[in-house]
Design a protein around this ligand. Sequence first.
Ligand code: KG4
Ligand code: ZN
Length: 334
Amino acid sequence: MKDMMILAIESSCDETSCAIVKNGCEDIATVINTQIDIHTLYGGVVPEIASREHLKSITLVIDECLKKAKMSMDQIDAIAVTYGPGLVGSLLVGIEAAKTLSLIYNKPLIKVNHMAGHIFANNLTKKLEFPLISLVISGGHTDLIYMKDEYSFEKIGGTLDDAVGECYDKVARVIGVGYPGGPVIDKMAKEGTHEYDLPIPLNDDSYNFSFSGLKSAVINLAHNYEQKGLEINKNNLARSFQDVVVESIVKKTVKAIKDYKVERLVVAGGVSANSAIRGALKEACEELKVECYIPELKYCTDNATMIGAAAYFAYKQGNLADENLNAVPGLNLV
Ligand code: KG4
Ligand code: ZN
């Protein structure tokens, strides 16, 4: 197969991004316009504002990406776009832009699941081999996926309530340290010690997770201290919370690796930027003599590069779309 240059667009949440990726593994150029500063003012992503911001920047981001790559549209073989899961208004901005490019320049249109993108972010560092277990941890997901081979996804477990990133963000809001909570809590935890007793969530033999009980326990603890006029040590609370999250994630992931007898773990999603989770999973994999793929930090949170990487494999599977492509906010990975 000749080299394939894919121009990919990602706009599912609060990042507008365009990337050009060669053969699903080489980042030729990436441009990301993040809206974090705007949403921080509201303590979380405001969907209506997110879609307006995507509208403002989508053409600029595409233009800048082509310039950065020193390429023109006639050197592009296909257009790829995230069509779900995500915020409907945000997704539609990327989808309409991709459809327009595909129509004007007569290029195939590849539809990509955002979560597949997170998994294939790892292919930008090292070629993925199969079978494998993927742990997908983000603001909206906490899933364990068995991939028998390229572009086949079997969900074997997931969160029964909150996603792990969502839990980080809510805890951060309650203790008043801003949005997004993940990176802040991660940093605070490094300064703290494990002082507070918190329940290990869903400590059973399934591949499922549950974080809402842990979130409530942290919130109740913070409120109790406040009511008693006592000051809680926020760094120690962050550390105690993070230790419990790490323990739960590692336990379930190790079980999946052992039960499915795979030799590879692939970590994916925004929460894979977490230093404690990265460290603990690498250590667990070393003990199990299992290869551990974790994305480079720049590919952990939302970007179009990962969509361009996944698109190469989606294309091989025939995941093509036309002008009828619509956003699927609750899209599952199957
Ligand atoms: O994958 P992503 O960019 O968006 C979704 O697809 O959801 O993930 C965003 C999530 C947020 O909840 C954010 O708090 C979390 O990833 N996150 C982290 C860290 N960096 C980002 N969570 C824990 N530790 C981090 N260092
Ligand atoms: Zn994401």
